[in-house]
Design a binder for this molecule. Structure first.
Ligand SMILES: [Cu+2]
Length: 273
């Protein structure tokens, strides 16, 4: 898992044209157990999707048919439950996928916006805390303006299995973007797809230093609802942030729940000329 690659990597799937001329996008997800690094030198026995926590960021366009072929390569039953609009049988709740089994989730991508996906097998808190979640972006048919696009999934890790988190991160490794700052250019438009999948202490937040951002809750409307420097999100809540930096320098971004900031959810944006 490399959070710098994860930050700007969008899995566009495989584009196929159906017999009726309709566009479909095919994705592959596989769950399996794996040791992953969640803080410097610390391994966590995770349940991963395609080997990472968070799982891959899937991306499609409004109106396309989405086909997600999910294979459960883990020793526990799981599902893929997506937020968004789709038929009941595609909701990933009652159709349990047993170890070694496959399930294909198929639906028309709607509405455009930003959606979490996660396993929905009980005990839910365990299946999420172990790492089975990720992000689906449905782009509007007319794309958003060009920007440096980044996905940031806020989460926590219960490394001693006491039902509480010892570390909080964006994109899986505590303090990663402090050690390896995110580079932006002065006046470069930036867009962050922010998702909260924190288990146990489910209220998380994002604060940007020395700047303000336009906020689009859920990404389902093209006009922002707020011009702010902090958003607070419950588990499953998400939104799109747009901003640019006027002055060069190093700027913090972090949870404005200070305990989370101290336990790993802090990063740096380095703005260069
Ligand atoms: Cu599960």
């Amino acid at each position: 898992m490399d959070p710098m690659t994860f930050l700007t990597h969008f899995d566009q799937g495989k584009l196929v044209t159906l017999q009726n001329g309709h566009r479909a996008r095919e994705f592959n997800l596989i769950s399996y157990s794996s040791l992953i690094e969640v803080a410097s030198g610390l391994q966590f026995p995770a349940w991963t999707l395609n080997g990472t926590v968070p799982g891959p960021t899937l991306r499609c366009v409004e109106g396309e048919t989405v086909r997600i072929r999910y294979r459960n390569g883990d020793a526990h039953p799981h599902t893929i439950h997506l937020h968004g609009i789709h038929p009941a049988g595609m909701d990933g709740v009652f159709e349990i996928v047993e170890p070694g089994q496959e399930f294909v989730y198929e639906f028309i991508a709607e509405p455009f916006g930003l959606f979490p996906y996660h396993c929905h097998v009980m005990p839910l808190s365990k299946h999420i805390a172990k790492g089975l979640y990720g992000t689906l972006i449905i782009d509007p048919k007319t794309p958003r303006p060009a920007a440096k696009e980044m996905v940031m999934v806020m989460n926590g890790f219960d490394v001693d299995f006491d039902g509480g988190n010892e570390f909080y991160t964006v994109n899986g490794i505590a303090n990663y973007y402090t050690d390896y700052p995110i580079r932006l250019k002065v006046n470069e438009p930036a867009r962050v797809y922010l998702v909260n999948m924190t288990e146990f202490d489910q209220i998380n937040s994002f604060h940007l230093h020395a700047n303000m951002f336009w906020y689009y809750p859920n990404g389902t409307m093209l006009t922002p609802t707020e011009f702010t420097d902090t958003v607070v999100l419950g588990q499953g809540q998400r939104g799109i942030l747009e901003f640019s930096y006027k002055y060069p320098g190093r700027y913090l971004f972090h949870a404005h729940k200070t305990e989370f900031a101290e336990l790993g959810w802090t990063g740096i944006i380095e703005v260069v000329e």
